[in-house]
Write a protein that binds this ligand. Structure first.
Ligand SMILES: [Zn+2]
Length: 150
């Protein structure tokens, strides 16, 4: 049983869930992302993410139209990671498609880039053997500029 903290972006508050490893993550449609998949190799008893990240997964999974194998999502800082690891520490990033063929991975990377669902999709040059996408928070400088121009 994992304790899962979810930042609810709509209500601006944290929510707490308790889920078994084979159960779906909160806000996930069906069982397309289980607790076990989200935690990957992390041994943490407590996991965290955001509602927006889970909804982004639902949208990407729907657009892709088939299973997306998840190698890693959540990590704690001492559990390793790659160059954009901080987004994994925040629980808003996914490393997926490790078991896909190169052509399947390219198709999924293109889908993730074109979907508009993610804040960031790592280029193939940095992660050739998996696809990294995340729902990082946009900087306050960016959002204030957006607001002042509208
Ligand atoms: Zn990653």
């Amino acid at each position: 049983m994992a304790k899962i903290l979810v930042y609810n972006n709509d209500l601006n508050r944290m929510e707490t869930y308790y889920r078994g490893e084979s159960e779906a993550m909160p806000y996930i449609t069906g069982r397309t992302l289980t607790v076990r998949e989200f935690r990957g190799s992390s041994k943490s008893p407590t996991l965290w993410t955001s509602k927006r990240t889970m909804q982004a997964w639902n949208s990407q999974r729907y657009i892709w139209g088939g299973p997306i194998p998840v190698g890693y999502a959540f990590k704690r800082p001492w559990e390793g990671g790659h160059s954009y690891q901080s987004q994994h520490y925040a629980g808003v990033a996914f490393d997926v498609a490790q078991t896909f063929s190169n052509s399947q991975r390219t198709a999924l990377r293109n889908s993730a880039q074109n979907s508009g669902v993610w804040s960031y999709v790592e280029p193939v040059s940095l992660t050739p053997t998996w696809v990294h996408f995340d729902k990082r928070a946009l900087s306050s400088a960016c959002s204030s500029r957006w607001l002042s121009s509208s």
